[in-house]
Every structure is written in C-alpha cells, then in structure tokens.
Ligand binder design. Structure first.
Ligand SMILES: Cc1cc2nc3c(=O)[nH]c(=O)nc-3n(C[C@H](O)[C@H](O)[C@H](O)COP(=O)(O)OP(=O)(O)OC[C@H]3O[C@@H](n4cnc5c(N)ncnc54)[C@H](O)[C@@H]3O)c2cc1C
Length: 657
C-alpha cells in the first residue's frame, strides 16, 4: 500500500479547504489537498450572489460595521450560534474580502453619482459618494440591516474559487484529484490522516499527517431535490461520525432556499430579491408583505421558505405537472440590470426553462440548500474529541450559523474560517510531531479493503440506487421545511431499515477500479448514518428554531433547548446515532436571546436571560457613553483571534470621524 506523509492534510478543495492549505503552506508546512474532482469544479464555484463583509462603502451600507454584522448573524441563527465564533467571523470578513481583491477577485465596484435601484418594488435613485468611487460595492440580502453582500455579478463563487485556487497553485500546494477519503486514521485520541480510494485505479492509499482537516462541503444530496452539486453527499461528516468518537453538531439544522427553479432545483440567487425581485402567487399577487410586512421578500431564508410553503398549502401555488410552485418576478429590474448583475440567472432560465427572466416570471419553490450542521469543532476549528482533526466550511459546525445561515455568510465563512482555522492548524503542526505506528495505518486500511471485498462478493440482492432514492425521498418527505413527530419517527425508523438493508447490497459491476456502482455502494451506508443523525436530531428537538420548524412544537424554547445537538456513532453495528447536548451559556452571551423580528414573539425565555441583560446594562452604563465600541465589545464578550487578524477594520466613515 502506498503511504504518503505530509504535515497538513486537507480533505476538500473548495474555498474552505484551499484557504486552510494556503495558510499552512505560507507557514512553510508540507501541505496536501485531496479532492473528488478538480479543485476549480468544487461546489464553491456554484455560489452566485455574494459574500457578506461590513465594508460600508456604498450608500446603503453606510453605518455598517462588525457589530451590525454580528447582530444580524446571531439573530439570523435564531440564537443557536456560538457568539464568540460569530464575532471572530464578523471581525475578519472585511479582511478576507480585501485579501481576495488582492488575489485578483474582480469585485463589483461603487460608481460615484446617481444609480437607479429597485427597493420594495419602486425605482429609487441613490447618489453614491465621490469618496466611495472604485471601492467594493455591496448588494442587499435577506435578514440583514445593511446592504453588505459583496459580489461579482452573480458569479461570485466562481471568481472566488478561481482566485483562491490560482493562489494555491502559485504557492505550490498539490491537489490530488479524483480520490475519495473514506476513513480517518485514528486511535480514539488523535487523528493522523485518512484512508483514501483512488477513484480511477481503485487503489487504497494512506495519507498520514500531523493534522487532518475535513473541508468536504455539505450534505444536501441526502435529499431528493437540492440546489447542491451531486458530490455534496456528506461523506466528510461520515468520516468523523465513523470514528465513533468525533461528534457532529446540529445536524437537524438544514436550510431550504426559497427560490430554486421548478422542477430541477437549480438555484436562482437571493441576489434576485436583494436587487428588488418579488414573489408572486398564482393570481400574480405579491404575497410576502401580507406575512412579513417589514422585511417582505427579504426576510430570513427560513422564514420566506415557510411563508411560501404556507401560501401554497392555502391553494395559492401555481399548478404544474411537478407540483405547485410560486413565481419569482425580476422583470421590474430591467434587461440591462439582469444582463449585468444576474447573468447566470438569465442563462439558467434560458437553458433550463426556456424563458427570458427580463420578460417572464420564474417558477420557483423552496428547495434543500445548505447544511448548518457538520463536524463539531471548537473555536479553533478542532474536534473536541480527536486531537489533530479539524473541520472548516460547510462541512463544519464551527458554529456561526446556528439554526439558520444568512445568505452571503457561507462564502464568507469558507474563506474567513480558512484564514483563522488555517493558522490554528499550522500551529498544531508546528507543535505536534507525528506519533503513529504503521500497524494502525495497515489495520485501518485493511478495514476498508475488506469492506470492498465484502461488497464485491455480496449476493444479498439489494440495489444501491433504489436504496439511495428511497433515502432521499424519506428525507424530502419527512425531514423537510415543516416537521412533526409522527413523520420524523417514520423517517428514523425507515432510514434505520434502509441502513440494515444496505449490508445486503450486491453489485452488478464487480470492477475494483473505476466503478461508479462501487462508489455508490461505499457511500450509501455512510450517507444513511449521516441522514439518521439529521432525522434523529430533528425528532428529539421538540421546539422550533430557525430552519428547524416543528408543527407540533411551534415555539422557540430557550428554557429547554438553548443547546447544540451532538451526534456520534459509538457502536458501528448500531442502526441509530447517540445524541447528547451542549448547552449555550446565556451568561456569556453578548446578545442574549430575544425577539427575532418575525411573527409572534412567543419564545419560551431562558431563566438566565433577564440576569444577563441586566449585567450588560450595568456594564455598559459603567463604561460611560463615549466608550469606544471595540473596548465595550471586549468587555462584554472577549474573543480571540490569531494575532495577524486582530487589527481594526478601516471604513470611510470612521476615517472621516
Ligand atoms: C447554488 C448555490 C449557490 C450559493 N450561493 C451562495 C452565495 O451567493 N453566497 C454564499 O455565502 N453562499 C452561497 N452558497 C453556499 C456556498 O457556496 C457553500 O456553502 C460553500 O461554497 C461551500 O464551500 P466548501 O469549501 O465548504 O465546500 P465545497 O466547495 O463544496 O468543496 C468540497 C470539496 O470537498 C471535496 N470532497 C468531498 N468529499 C470528499 C471526500 N470524501 N474525499 C475527498 N474530497 C472530498 C470535493 O471534491 C470538493 O473539492 C451557495 C450554494 C449553492 C448550492
């Protein structure tokens, strides 16, 4: 067996993984990235609308800063996030945008003078300041107080991934393509690499490393309809879960995006509504203001998706052979704006629907989109259970999104977490030499080899594709936008049965080398275990928080559920995960739980909330009125960052002050 040694092993060549690799390489470490596909084809390239960072350059961003971004993020998460991480993130995001500009990202820029935009269905003229001319622009996105989403038309992920991958290439970071990590090398205490299958030759290889970073993206393809690329199957989460030690965090927190096209589920970016697009029903009526008079189409994603579903349940959807849908109307933005700022959307509409969005309404429906859950890490991005195992990006539960991610906060997370966690990964490599015996490597590799031998010999008669489709339908039907106990119980029980049946998969193609059926058969039990963490977590959580909406428990229950779900799989032969919970400490929060701004304020309060609010009030009063906001913030909730990212961010307004 080929054994490859390195310092920092990164599994995943999307934005998050590449940015960690760059950090390690820049610190002089031997670094290696693994990927299913060429780096530039990673799912990050699909991101359209933009990334959030509080630059405050454009008129509608004025007054923005880390504090506002932090507040939006915490509220957006329905108080489910780690507030320290949200602070680390909000502080570093402007630096990430500027670094990316430096690496060649052609951000859309502010042009001084008048510009026409659409706000709340009306054309408005904004006068951009001369001093902002040429600086990075931002558009509006859901759930934010300011226009904060920096963008390159609607191809932001594409331009970011190209710039970051080119940077990695220029530094000489090797990316090994068309390989799949299927197990971690670990002894229950420390992780030191991964066992990998070459997807072309079928060869089993061991990559041995001081640190292993999981950056494998989300688990959207557990569902039958998703905006995600077909490689987003959650194998990174399974890598951690199958150690029996590492935990996954908040797996039940799954986001549905309001506007994927029907029937295929390809995304039209939130930028469509950010730029002024409207949602209409079968009568052409703009219905969002009826439900959310303040934020309307730009309420948080989980809220809009629920309102759309409610509206369709009232019979207001447009009938189609593929079920009911609603309309996204961007005609009012005009052809010129669409051609310039929403050109991917235009092409998607032309190629997949045969319509022109400058003239025609787009058929849309909420669709699985983002995984808030993932490999649970601490603030440094490291698994609390396995030393040397890190996770970043959508694969991780770092946890800045809690139960609902804001649009534009994921691209930002990939690069920001890559910057921050990358430094901690490098620190770990410098401080911890490899300590491994080859027996462990051999035994873990032979486990995978015998799994493959068993699969190739199995005559059990189960068809992998049928089982996979059944899993995806269960997830879609019972673990979707609205959830309830009866359906979730059904989901857990049926997924467990599928997991048992997956032991009897037999393959029609017995090749050991390039064999898509074998690839599916290796993935399916892993995906089923991950799916079970989602369904079981959702069943156990008897409250509604962010994207986790229980019809039988409609209130957010801070008294009992202000915590993070941790899922592990200690018994490899079990058919269900083990769940435990990690409490969020209200007394350490900078922003204690409160009203999120949507619907009735009916949350069950946490017993510590009032005491913490009083503490904050006292401390704020004691520090006096003119206190610097950074000083006050540190007093309320100190957070740490690698030193190179601690400087204050500069903004036009603060320069003027
Ligand atoms: C259509 C769409 C549009 C979006 N638009 C936006 C947006 O405008 N703004 C925003 O903030 N967010 C957006 N998002 C979300 C955002 O794009 C993703 O969350 C983010 O890009 C994920 O990046 P990542 O680096 O974590 O993972 P990915 O980019 O998914 O990369 C995962 C990598 O892991 C590799 N990999 C996976 N499994 C294995 C394995 N077992 N072994 C080896 N390699 C493996 C893959 O090959 C790939 O290289 C969008 C998402 C979608 C679906």
């Amino acid at each position: 067996m080929k054994i490859i040694y390195t310092d920092a092993l990164v599994i995943g060549a999307g934005l998050a993984g590449l940015r960690v690799a760059i950090a390690c390489k820049e610190r002089g470490l031997d670094t290696l990235v693994l990927s299913l596909i060429p780096a530039k084809r990673s799912h990050s390239a699909a991101a359209q609308g933009g990334m959030q960072a509080s630059l405050g350059n454009a008129l509608k961003g004025s007054g923005d800063n880390e504090d506002v971004h932090f507040h939006d993020t915490v509220k957006g998460s329905d108080w489910g996030c780690d507030q320290n991480v949200a602070r680390m993130f909000a502080h570093t995001a402007p630096k990430a945008v500027r670094e990316l500009a430096n690496w060649g990202v052609p951000w859309t820029r502010v042009k001084a003078g008048p510009r026409q935009v659409v706000v709340n269905a009306e054309k408005v003229t904004l006068e951009e300041a001369e001093k902002a001319h040429g600086l990075i622009n931002a558009r509006d996105f859901g759930g934010t107080k300011k226009w904060r989403t920096c963008y390159t038309a609607d191809g932001t992920g594409h331009s970011l991934l190209y710039a970051v991958d080119n940077k990695a290439i220029s530094l000489g970071v090797p990316v090994v393509e068309r390989v799949e990590a299927l197990a971690l090398i670990q002894d229950g205490v420390r992780c030191q690499g991964a066992i990998v299958r070459d997807l072309v030759t079928g060869e089993i290889q061991a990559y041995v490393a001081k640190t292993t970073t999981i950056a494998t993206g989300g688990y959207g393809r557990l569902y039958s309809v998703s905006t995600n690329a077909i490689i987003c199957e959650g194998i990174g989460a399974a890598l951690a879960l199958d150690t029996g030690k590492a935990t996954l965090g908040n797996m039940e927190a799954v986001q549905f995006h309001p506007t994927a096209i029907v029937p295929v589920g390809i995304l039209t970016t939130e930028g469509c509504r950010g730029d002024g697009g409207l949602l209409r029903d079968k009568d052409g009526h703009r219905f969002m203001p009826d439900y959310e008079p303040e934020k309307k189409e730009l309420a948080s994603r989980d809220v809009v998706s629920r309102r759309m579903t409610e509206h369709m349940r009232k019979g207001k959807g447009v009938d189609s052979p593929y079920g009911p849908h609603l309309w996204l109307d961007i005609t009012l933005l005009g052809k010129e704006h669409i051609d310039k700022n929403l050109r991917e959307v235009k092409e998607i509409c032309q190629d997949f629907l045969g319509i022109d969005p400058a003239k025609d309404w787009i058929p849309v429906r909420p669709t699985q989109h983002y995984s808030m859950g993932g490999v649970r890490t601490n603030e440094r991005g490291e698994s609390p259970q396995l030393k040397g195992l890190f996770a970043v990006g959508e694969a991780a539960c770092w946890d800045m999104h809690g139960f609902n991610r804001l649009g534009g906060n994921s691209l930002a997370e990939t690069v920001v977490a890559g910057m921050i966690v990358g430094e901690y990964v490098a620190d770990f490599c410098e401080q911890n030499p490899l300590a491994i015996d080859t027996g462990l490597i051999e035994s873990q590799a032979s486990k995978l080899t015998s799994e493959i031998d068993t699969l190739l010999a199995n005559l059990g008669g189960e068809n992998v594709y049928q089982l996979k489709t059944a899993m995806q339908e269960i997830m879609m039907d019972y673990v979707g936008i609205f959830r309830n106990g009866t359906e979730l119980e059904k989901a857990v029980s049926e997924l467990s049965q599928l997991l048992a049946r997956s032991a009897n998969i037999s393959l029609t193609c017995k090749n050991r080398h390039a064999n898509p059926e074998l690839v599916e058969a290796l993935r399916l039990p892993r995906m089923l275990r991950v799916a079970l963490t989602v369904a079981a977590g959702a069943l156990a959580r008897t409250e509604s928080r962010g994207a986790h909406a229980r019809e039988d428990y409609p209130k957010r229950d801070d008294a009992n559920w202000l915590n993070r779900t941790l899922a592990s799989w200690p018994d490899a032969s079990a058919l269900k995960p083990s769940l435990s919970y990690e409490a969020l400490d209200v007394m350490k929060m900078e922003l204690p739980p409160g009203y999120r701004g949507y619907g009735d304020d009916n949350a069950v309060a946490h017993p510590d909330t009032q005491a913490r609010l009083e503490q904050i009030e006292t401390l704020t009063a004691k520090m006096g009125e003119g206190v610097d906001r950074h000083v006050l913030q540190q007093a309320l909730m100190p957070f740490e960052l690698p030193e190179k990212f601690t400087q204050k961010n500069q903004r036009l307004e603060e320069q003027d002050a």
